[in-house]
Write a protein of this length. Structure first.
Length: 104
């Protein structure tokens, strides 16, 4: 299993707008045949720090979904709108995790 996480920080006073952006992004992804994100907010730590999390069966599935996502004008238009709700002093970043192997 492969898990892709996108980390960002919603601007102060814009959390509700950020949640609406994720809903719109998920709707665009659903219409475009892409995976939808689960939105997680940090309970303790940085205020308005959030994570969008996507799960895939394999790297091949992750790569195929990423290619669909990035080549869709409709999805990318919504995705780029996230810049309006993120805190400008924080740059988004992402990570990809894989299930740990069973070692011999």
């Amino acid at each position: 299993m492969v898990r892709h996480r996108v980390h960002t920080v919603f601007a102060l006073g814009r959390f509700r707008d950020g949640v609406a952006w994720v809903r719109d992004l998920n709707a665009a992804c659903r219409a475009g045949g892409c995976a939808e994100a689960t939105l997680w907010s940090v309970g303790f730590g940085k205020v308005n720090d959030v994570v969008l999390e996507y799960d895939y069966e394999s790297y091949a599935a992750f790569e195929a979904d990423s290619n669909r996502f990035m080549s869709s004008p409709e999805i990318m238009k919504v995705f780029r709108g996230g810049g309006d709700v993120r805190a400008p002093e924080h740059w988004p970043w992402d990570e990809v995790l894989e299930t740990a192997p069973d070692l011999a």
